[in-house]
Design a protein around this ligand. Structure first.
Ligand SMILES: Nc1ncnc2c1ncn2[C@@H]1O[C@H](COP(=O)(O)OP(=O)(O)OP(=O)(O)O)[C@@H](O)[C@H]1O
Length: 256
């Protein structure tokens, strides 16, 4: 069960991007990290079934992702993409309610339960005060939290997040990742999350997949992958690591 990737090569058009990726992800909060252009977004898009592999396969709960229907797949897996634009004048609540669509028949209206689930996700992501606002004019951080609320309303067992906190202030970064961590712990959610912030990855992720140039360099428990020598080599940057008495580790680039 979960996500099983076998010998995957994938690209966009004539450009090869991912090379020989094999990965099994079953439970927990999995951080995908690596330098710019490493292939993190492409990997997430391939897992989501959006990109067709040239070789190899992605299986979700034992079935090839490309053979699962759109609605059935949306019940299993929600994707929060990095850049996502909505061009219509819906309210925040209406947009979050779209997360219920995979669970409904065509033209079926919103039930009381749909509205309850959407409002609960809106409250948990801290945007209750925006419920009746148009999506047009939301700030980047408000927008990001709304899209996460919509994904939570989808109630899938797998959540793919592409830099979900990149537009959020530090309070909301911690708020959103703590919320996802709770769902991972309490509901058995499998979350695959692209992160640039190594400190957030260190604190919240149970496993790390470290990528470079379209390949997996390391995959394992967070502590094993977030090692000074490994990070310095992959990021080509001098790293300083601070180990606190409570067991937490903080990672900084050496600044000249
Ligand atoms: N549509 C495309 N056409 C050509 N090249 C692409 C396309 N999409 C991605 N690439 C290239 O594939 C490589 C991996 O891109 P990807 O967005 O997956 O990296 P990333 O690790 O998510 O990067 P970042 O950390 O900068 O967001 C990059 O070199 C990128 O330029």
């Amino acid at each position: 069960m979960g996500i099983c990737i076998r010998n995957l090569d994938c690209g966009v058009g004539d450009t090869p991007i991912l090379h020989d990726i094999s990965l099994t992800l079953n439970t927990g909060m999995i951080g995908i990290i690596g330098p710019n252009g490493a292939g993190k977004t492409t990997l997430l898009r391939t897992i989501s079934g959006y990109l067709k592999p040239e070789r190899g396969s992605v299986e979700i709960d034992g079935t090839n992702v490309r053979e699962i229907g759109v609605k059935a797949l949306a019940k299993k897996m929600a994707l929060v993409p990095q850049n996502y634009a909505l061009e219509y004048d819906f309210t925040v609540l209406e947009t979050v309610l779209m997360g219920r669509n995979p669970h409904k028949k065509t033209f079926e209206g919103d039930s009381m339960e749909d509205i309850r689930l959407a409002r609960a996700a809106i409250a948990k992501t801290g945007i209750a005060h925006l419920e009746n606002r148009s999506v047009i004019g939301l700030s980047g951080g408000e927008w990001q939290r709304m899209i996460i609320a919509r994904a939570l309303t989808q109630q899938s067992s797998i959540l793919l997040l592409d830099e979900p906190v990149s537009s959020l202030d530090i309070k909301h970064q911690v708020g959103i990742l703590s919320l996802v961590n709770e769902l991972v712990r309490d509901s058995g959610l499998l979350c695959v999350c692209v992160l640039h912030d190594l400190n957030l990855a260190s604190h919240y992720c149970s496993e790390i997949v470290l990528m470079k140039q379209g390949r997996i360099v390391r995959h394992g428990p967070t502590r094993d992958v977030l090692q000074k020598d490994i990070l310095e080599e992959v990021y080509d940057t001098k790293i300083r690591m601070l180990h606190e008495n409570d067991g937490s580790t903080y990672i900084f680039p050496e600044m000249p």
